[in-house]
Design a protein around this ligand. Structure first.
Ligand code: CTP
Length: 405
């Protein structure tokens, strides 16, 4: 979980739809990230789920009535409005959306919404026909016009038996939006291209040459860039990681496919980070049929070199800020410096392999930044999301210093 949530004051507003029960999990996840969450339930939400459930999960207050403030220690809606850094309405029913869109103030939540100037995230969840109704859509557009964030509901089977958009998105999707709303928008206007994961180089239809990269570092970079306002293209080799809504994700298999997609996206990019562990070699021939043992004790594969994608980008670069990774078992600094120079990079992130908590597959990493002017920055073991944040901090700092061509 990201440290962005730590000690942030969030008001979770729950209105009366069947998805109200999912707000419990959302509260848990926000609290796991050390956010301080107060809850407001509408009258109808309490018919689906009781305030007691939330009271057991958050010490920051569960409010149900405009006049709750007469309870000892409770905040009134004006105090709560001053306390909140962010408001999440999940689920947001058609009724709540309509009231918010037209400035009604006839219960606690609608009154609080008018009193609170902090960013608001509406997560609509309802029957698909209601959601697609042009009145609801007009109200949603009105909310967007007021600068509120509205999350698209997920599509799928709905509690009412119909299928389509209307489901409350999974907590991780809602939390990703929350993290974006709580992040500085210092990458706004940047077009960030990131590569992630390994590549598969086919030997025959059932076998391939690869490496253990899972794509976690590249996906972290993509998520963090998106949270900070960038337009992000992620080109990923094979991975089990799911695409993040709002990030244009292109899935590739081999180094040659990755090269093609990267070269296509490169000219329009302003920041390029090559976190992928590209296979340096591929089998010279791909056997069309499964290779049989046929009693042979040894098998020789002829490998030919793949293009070095990053080196090509270094040759082509104009105003792009180019970042590479160097995964090394030995002579970390020396090898990374050589790659920084030879590939014409603006920053290289050197990554020792074989240490606990760092490298392939871990959620954490331990890296060293090396810059062309000889400066270095060594970081302790930290979450890959945090490493990603510091990489972007460095890029922003360096870009400020770099004269434009
Ligand atoms: N890279 C690339 N294309 C390749 C190989 C590497 O774009 N065919 C990029 C990686 O994405 C990484 C950087 O180059 O950003 C360094 O990759 P790494 O595997 O550490 O080193 P190599 O340059 O391949 O050199 P070596 O394998 O000799 O260490």
């Amino acid at each position: 979980m990201s440290s962005i949530l730590k000690e942030k004051h969030i008001v979770l507003g729950i209105s009366g739809g069947i998805a109200a029960y999912k707000a419990v999990e959302l509260l848990r996840r926000l609290s796991d990230g050390e956010a301080q969450v107060a809850v407001i339930l509408t009258r109808n939400a309490q018919r689906f789920i009781t305030p007691l459930t939330f009271q057991a999960l958050t010490p920051y207050g569960v409010y149900t009535d405009l006049f709750d403030s007469y309870r000892p220690g409770a905040m009134d809606h004006i105090q709560l409005a001053g306390w909140a850094d962010l408001i999440v309405l999940a689920p947001a029913t058609a009724n709540l959306i309509a009231k918010a869109a037209h400035g009604l103030a006839d219960d606690l939540i609608s009154t609080f919404l008018l009193a609170c100037p902090s960013p608001k995230l509406f997560c609509p969840a309802m029957n698909v026909r209601m959601y697609e109704n042009s009145i609801v859509q007009a109200n949603i557009n009105r909310l967007k016009g007021f600068g509120y964030q509205v999350l698209e509901p997920s599509a799928g089977p709905l509690a009412c038996g119909q299928t389509g958009p209307g489901r409350l998105p999974d907590p991780e999707i809602i939390i990703e939006e929350v993290l974006g709303l709580l992040s500085p928008q210092d990458l706004k206007g940047e077009k960030v291209l990131i590569t992630a994961g390994c590549t598969w180089e086919a030997i025959d239809p059932v076998r391939f040459v690869t490496n253990p990269s899972t794509g976690k570092m590249g996906f972290s970079l993509a998520r963090v860039a998106k949270r900070r306002g960038a337009q992000v293209t992620l080109i990923s080799g094979p991975t089990h990681l799911e695409s993040v809504p709002g990030i244009s994700t292109i899935r590739v298999t081999s180094a040659l496919e990755m090269e093609k997609e990267v070269l296509r996206a490169f000219p329009a990019s302003t920041i390029v980070i090559k976190a992928a562990a590209v296979s340096d070699y591929r089998p010279q021939e791909v056997t069309p049929h499964k290779i049989k043992k046929n009693g042979q004790a040894t098998l020789h594969l002829n490998l030919i070199q793949n293009p070095d994608i990053l080196r090509r980008l270094g040759q082509k670069k104009k105003n792009q800020f180019l970042v590479g990774f160097a995964a090394e078992t030995d002579d970390l600094i020396q090898n990374a410096l050589q790659k920084l120079k030879e590939k014409n990079l603006d920053l290289i992130v050197a990554n020792p392999i074989g240490k606990p908590d760092a490298g392939f597959g871990w959620d954490t990493n331990q890296v060293l930044f090396l810059f062309p002017d000889g400066k270095t920055k060594s970081l302790p073991v930290m979450l890959k999301d945090e490493v990603a944040g510091l990489i972007f901090d460095s890029i922003i700092n360096q870009k400020k210093k770099k004269p434009k061509k």
